[in-house]
Ligand binder design. Structure first.
Ligand SMILES: Nc1ncnc2c1ncn2[C@@H]1O[C@H](COP(=O)(O)OP(=O)(O)OP(=O)(O)O)[C@@H](O)[C@H]1O
Ligand SMILES: [Mg+2]
Length: 339
């Protein structure tokens, strides 16, 4: 046990995929971003081995009573929430209401980043490059689009590549209308139509607060696809072991890597992220790293989470990743922890 900080009462808040996956009336990827019990247990083990008393709380309706009765010092929050663009903010807002510290970003940032269009408006106002886009709520919004093909269509309020398929790259208006119609009818989210960025893809891990640091820049190579056709889609993420090659550090010049890090850090700051986030970036044929989106609740599966994979490539054990995130949160609240 680490004696540098006191034993704390720590709750973990989360949503498990298995609690929802019996709903056969919904699309196959409806619960894609929820976690597995193994992930929660892996986080619990790290915190317990560090000497803390850990309570697995879930994210259901009985949470309020448990939070009120447990006298927790802090919550390690990875709950994705249910329904709408504020869902990731629900539990952090509840924790703020109850005056309980928690890891990660606050409700404003979690809502702002879940709505990809809003996040793009904020980062572009700070000069961060991001592809031209339009938010589509009805098919009428497809008129006067004023964007250059090829385009990319995805859900405005979703993550984990929900709704993103290998055919999400669009080269003509008829196909665009067809795809947007399917997404609007199938999912509970507006659609984001965005200009396609056709160069290599990277995901950047960032940790910290007043001086956030880049944990790593990981290049995502889809085996057998040249960068201009590569899409890190649902199909690919589900079969990542066969279909993806991760390069961390990436196979690019130091100069390009620095520019990617700069874009990621500027987006992190522009959106007021806390403790940790993962930023998705694609480099255009003009050599510019474009911000695609940011994930302030990055998946922490020790097996297939992009951030833990990146950490592993950078020589960090899973426990170090979890502890570092936790320590940054403790430090923000003056509860000890020195990063
Ligand atoms: N404008 C774009 N141009 C080219 N490819 C794109 C664009 N937007 C998204 N993509 C591709 O689609 C993938 C998923 O998009 P994005 O990262 O925005 O969605 P997500 O579902 O929120 O992802 P995550 O799993 O990281 O939460 C990207 O990793 C990238 O491969
Ligand atoms: Mg992404």
């Amino acid at each position: 046990m680490d004696v540098a900080h006191p034993r704390l009462r720590v709750g973990i808040t989360y949503n498990l995929r298995k609690d929802f996956s019996s709903r056969k009336d919904l699309p196959t990827d409806s619960f894609e971003e929820f976690d597995s019990e193994e992930t929660i247990d892996a986080i619990r083990e790290v915190l317990q081995n560090d000497g803390h008393q850990v309570f697995k709380l879930g994210g259901g309706i009985d949470l309020l009573d448990r939070l009120r009765s447990l006298s927790l010092d802090i919550v390690f929050n990875i709950a994705e929430g249910m329904g709408g663009r504020n869902r990731e903010a629900h539990i952090p807002a509840l924790l703020e209401f109850l005056n309980i510290p928690y890891t990660g970003s606050d409700p404003l940032t979690l809502s702002l980043t879940l709505d990809k269009a809003m996040a793009k408006k904020v980062v572009s106002s700070e000069g961060v490059p991001t592809p031209g886009f339009k938010k589509i709520e009805t098919l009428n919004d497809l008129q006067n689009l004023n964007l250059h093909y090829p385009l990319f269509v995805k859900l405005c309020y979703e993550g984990s590549s929900k709704g993103v398929r290998l055919d999400s790259k669009i080269s003509d208006p008829a196909h665009l209308r067809e795809k947007v119609t399917w997404l609007l009818e199938t999912y509970d989210s507006p659609v984001l139509v965005e200009e396609f960025v056709n160069g290599p893809e990277f995901t950047v891990g960032i940790i910290g607060n007043s001086e956030p640091m880049v944990l790593g820049v990981m290049q995502i190579e889809i085996k057998g696809s040249p960068p201009e056709d590569a899409i890190y889609s649902l199909e690919i993420k589900r079969e990542w072991e066969e279909k993806v090659r991760y390069h961390c550090p990436p196979l690019i010049s130091v100069e390009l890597k620095n520019r990617i890090e700069e874009v990621a850090l500027r987006a992190y700051r522009a959106l007021d992220c806390r403790d940790v986030s993962r930023v998705d970036i694609r480099v255009g044929s003009d050599g510019v790293p474009y911000f695609l989106e940011i994930n302030p609740l990055p998946g922490l599966s020790p097996v297939y989470g992009d951030l833990p994979i990146m950490a592993r490539h950078m020589g960090w054990e899973y426990s170090r990743l979890v502890k570092t995130i936790f320590q940054h949160a403790l430090q923000r609240y003056g509860l000890g922890g020195n990063g």
